[in-house]
Write a protein that binds this ligand. Structure first.
Ligand code: NAD
Ligand code: UDP
Ligand code: UDP
Length: 324
């Protein structure tokens, strides 16, 4: 049986968007560390208009000060747990505190941000036909029993621990993304981000790279949390932003690991920081927090495939891509 039904016709608006490649892009959490670097990169393209929605919990206007007042830029104080009505072509959904001390500060709010916030952004994507990218996390693998972690690994996550508001929250956010994709045909992209560092990290957010550097500069002991043999793999923020933009404009839904596979123990990291910044500081062992993952290193085979294909400025839309 051959269907005689004509194919759906894109609306004139979306056609013109496609050919001119003028994109209006929403970045939730755009006043934060990764978000503000992403905004800088998106604003380099003169055809892009960028809207940031952020409640400034961990981000700040300061991170975006060079764009405030720019005709292609708009900053909205908005909490993603409330509905948002804007007309956009793409949504980079980053809004969520990322550092353990901040996401544990108000865990109920963290899970609301992940679940209700992502639901609202998906409802928005559905209403306006936008493509949406979620910044998920390597934390969805929990304390991983497989090493390095591939996207096929389902993880080892404590559902009731002090980190659960973040890692289970992101797992539900991923589920919502796939349910909206399957049920409503929304174009989705999921990045599983591994530890990222660079300028504009919060100096007081307790993360290991910023802690060690600040301690070395102040001449204080570097605080390695026990046992010190736990590992992480650190990616520079500019590379992370390139990966996010390629993933958004490529044709794979993900989830895709984004990160640098170079793996260090925290003791090795402390020695590196000491050598580079202040050889006189000492290293001291301190208490760790519950459920700290013992090892973490991304398998980035899939990300390499995406970056091979990713045409950076290929617009989203019906003609642009289909899930893979
Ligand atoms: P960040 O804390 O610097 O940025 C998060 C931004 O979201 C901040 O500007 C904050 O004010 C905003 N925000 C928080 N809750 C909000 C809410 N309810 N409504 C609106 N805005 C809200 O963190 P980051 O390191 O830039 O992380 C950005 C994204 O990347 C997060 O989704 C995080 O889970 C993910 N991620 C980051 C890392 C990393 O190493 N930095 C690793 C894995 C995943
Ligand atoms: N939503 C939003 N902006 C929009 C459209 C929807 O914030 O432009 C929110 C809406 O308030 C709802 C959520 O997204 O809470 C999910 O929307 P959807 O239409 O999928 O579900 P429903 O409204 O039917 O529950
Ligand atoms: N860590 C440390 N000293 C510090 C802060 C953190 O040894 O001052 C360790 C922490 O126990 C964890 C790793 O560094 O094993 C990474 O912690 P971070 O909070 O930076 O990120 P996470 O990967 O846990 O989200």
């Amino acid at each position: 049986h051959i269907s005689t039904r004509p194919p759906p016709t894109p609306s004139p608006l979306r056609f013109s968007k496609f050919f001119q490649a003028n994109l209006r892009i929403l970045v939730t959490g755009g006043a934060g560390f990764i978000g503000s670097h992403l905004v800088d990169k998106l604003m380099e393209n003169e055809k892009h208009e960028v809207i940031v929605a952020d409640n400034f919990f961990t981000g700040s206007k300061d991170n975006l000060k060079k764009w405030i007042g720019h005709p292609r830029f708009e900053l909205i104080r908005h909490d993603v747990t409330e509905p948002l009505l804007v007309e956009v072509d793409q949504i980079y959904h980053l809004a969520c505190p990322a550092s353990p001390i901040f996401y544990k500060h108000n865990p109920v709010k963290t899970i609301k941000t992940n679940v209700i916030g992502t639901l609202n952004m998906l409802g928005l994507a559905k209403r306006v036909g936008a493509r949406i990218l979620l910044t998920s996390t390597s934390e969805v693998y929990g304390d991983p029993l497989e090493h390095p972690q591939t996207e096929a690994y389902w993880g080892n996550v404590n559902p009731i621990g002090v980190r659960s508001c973040y890692d289970e929250g992101k797992r539900v956010a991923e589920t919502l993304m796939f349910d909206y994709h399957r049920q409503h045909g929304i174009e989705i992209r999921i990045a599983r981000i591994f530890n990222t560092y660079g300028p504009r990290m919060n100096i007081d957010d307790g993360r290991v790279v910023s802690n060690f550097i600040a301690q070395a500069v102040r001449g204080e002991p570097l605080t390695v949390q026990r046992p010190g043999t736990q590992t992480r793999s650190f990616c520079y923020v500019a590379d992370m932003v390139d990966g996010l933009i390629k993933l958004m404009n490529g044709n794979k839904t993900g989830p895709i690991n984004l990160g640098n596979p170079g793996e260090f123990t925290m003791l090795e990291l402390a020695e590196n920081v000491k050598e580079l910044i202040n050889p006189d500081v000492t290293v001291t062992m301190t208490e760790n927090t519950p459920d700290d993952p013992r090892q973490r290193k991304p398998d980035i085979t899939k990300a390499k495939e995406v970056s091979g294909m990713g045409a950076q400025d290929r617009p989203a839309g019906r003609l642009g891509a289909h899930g893979g």
